[in-house]
Design a protein around this ligand. Structure first.
Ligand code: ARG
Length: 454
């Protein structure tokens, strides 16, 4: 039951038919297509456009088609342009001419728009759950290993000692915002296009609130053209996915970096790493690398959707058929990435390897400057003194702990009494109790705050 006008003979028709079909990607939302049709039929019955017996026949037929699909006894074939045509054809085969009444007061334009929103209703919830799982994995890790002292970096140069928990929480907050963004996007996407028809509504006495309620979608979209032509819900959700994947790629990158022999801060679990076919010692962080790489694809999905929408005139254009591949890929990839990354994080084994090494490290230079500033030396001057101490150490091939007391005293008389404490990296983290600082109390406060999110 193709709608193509075959003006060019068989060869051309076949060529165009394959090109025009959206069946392959539509199969992903065939359940939603049936759900949408069931709601439409019930609504038509309620308002008296269909008789009870007709409603019953159509509902039974559609329900059976759903069962056939689930059991694999019916598989739509590509003689149909899309699933909407395929389901209607199957229905008519089953229930006879009354099948043709299904499409009263409806068009494939509002139908496909409804199917996609129903698909999102389910899958956005699944992405949300996966992101919660990821955030929870991070928080569990903070509670298990968060008190390890590690170097904090800016420009990938050692900056100041921090707690591992502080670092992991920076990622957890970003994921928490992704969850909030997804909720916001879904709030706007959660509207019903059904009953908008082709673009101008209908003269049949339909009640769009009834079908919206039956579908568990929010209120009907107010303007019928907007209902069939808008895809900003797809843009918002893909943008949210692209941002979340970008955040995940940052986590993933650090997990790769931290597992190198040079960092040796973490060991990846067996389930999320691989060996090499040639180098027996290898433990490659494949899961993290794949998450890092998948983000590129999702960014591409967003770019494709933005580009697709750019300059499209009102209302429905066939271009819109190209939206699902990118949208579904973005949503599915975000879900899968979050789950794999959560699993990776659950299996990580951190190594307490930096606290000793950081004793007297130059990353404690800020402590000296702060201590002098606390003793009434203007901070700029204190910074200069600390910088000169670092230079002295570099020239003498030692770290700050290797500086003889008499030399320290020359830099500032107040320093020798405090050096031991100033050069202790854990003490440096403990001093930073300002809101959002790396002190354990702040780490604990943030974990509790994020655990509230569910
Ligand atoms: N397969 C089409 C799509 O995915 C369904 C809507 C077709 N509408 C139309 N006017 N040709 O967008």
């Amino acid at each position: 039951m193709g709608l193509l006008r075959d003006r060019f003979g068989d060869g051309a028709a076949a060529r165009m038919q394959a090109f025009a079909s959206s069946l392959e990607v539509d199969l992903e939302m065939i359940e939603q297509d049936i759900t949408g049709s069931l709601a439409h039929v019930r609504m038509l019955g309620e308002v008296g456009v269909l008789e009870d017996a007709e409603v019953e026949a159509l509902v039974d037929g559609l329900t059976e088609i759903g069962e056939e699909l689930a059991s694999g006894t019916w598989v739509p074939t590509d003689e149909h342009e899309d699933i909407h045509m395929a389901v209607e054809a199957r229905l008519t085969e089953k229930v006879g001419a009354v099948g043709g009444k299904l499409h009263t007061a409806r068009s494939r334009n509002d139908q496909v728009a409804t199917d996609v929103r129903l698909w999102l209703q389910q899958h956005v919830a699944e992405v949300r759950a996966a992101l919660i799982e990821l955030m929870t994995a991070l928080l569990d890790r903070v509670e298990a290993d968060g008190s390890l002292v590690i170097p904090g970096y800016t420009h990938l140069q050692r900056g100041q000692p921090i707690l591992l928990g502080h670092h992991l929480l920076a990622h957890a907050w970003a994921i928490a915002r992704d969850i909030g963004r997804l909720d916001d996007a879904w709030k706007r996407a959660n509207r019903s296009p059904l009953g908008a028809c082709a673009m101008a509504g209908t003269g049949f006495p339909i009640d769009r609130d009834v079908s919206a309620d039956l579908l568990g979608l929010g209120a009907p979209i107010d303007n019928a053209m907007d209902a069939v032509a808008s895809r900003d819900h797809a843009l918002e959700i893909s943008a949210t996915c692209a941002i979340a994947c970008t955040h995940m790629s940052r986590i993933a990158e650090e997990l790769v970096l931290w597992s190198t022999a040079e960092f040796a801060l973490v060991r990846h679990g067996d389930s999320y790493s691989t060996g090499s076919s040639i180098m027996p010692q290898k433990r490659n962080a494949d899961a993290a690398e794949l998450v890092r790489g998948r983000a590129a694809r999702v960014q591409g999905d967003l770019a494709a959707l933005l580009s697709l929408l750019r300059g499209q005139p009102m209302a429905y254009n066939r271009d819109l058929q190209e939206d699902r591949r990118a949208l579904f890929d973005a949503v599915r990839s975000t879900h899968d990435s979050a789950r794999v990354l959560a699993g990776t994080i659950q299996e990580l084994q951190f190594v307490d390897r930096f606290e000793d090494e950081l004793h007297g490290d130059f990353s404690l230079a800020t402590e000296i400057a702060d201590a002098l500033a606390g003793a009434a030396v203007p901070f700029r001057e204190a910074h200069g003194i600390s910088a000169r101490m670092v230079r002295w150490c570099e020239e003498h091939g030692c770290n700050l702990a290797g500086m003889p007391v008499e030399v320290t005293a020359e830099f500032h008389a107040s320093l020798p009494d405090h050096m031991a404490e100033l050069l202790d990296p854990r003490a440096a983290t403990a001093r930073r109790t300002s809101r959002g600082g790396t002190a354990q109390s702040e780490v604990d406060r943030q974990v509790a705050a994020l655990r509230q999110l569910s």
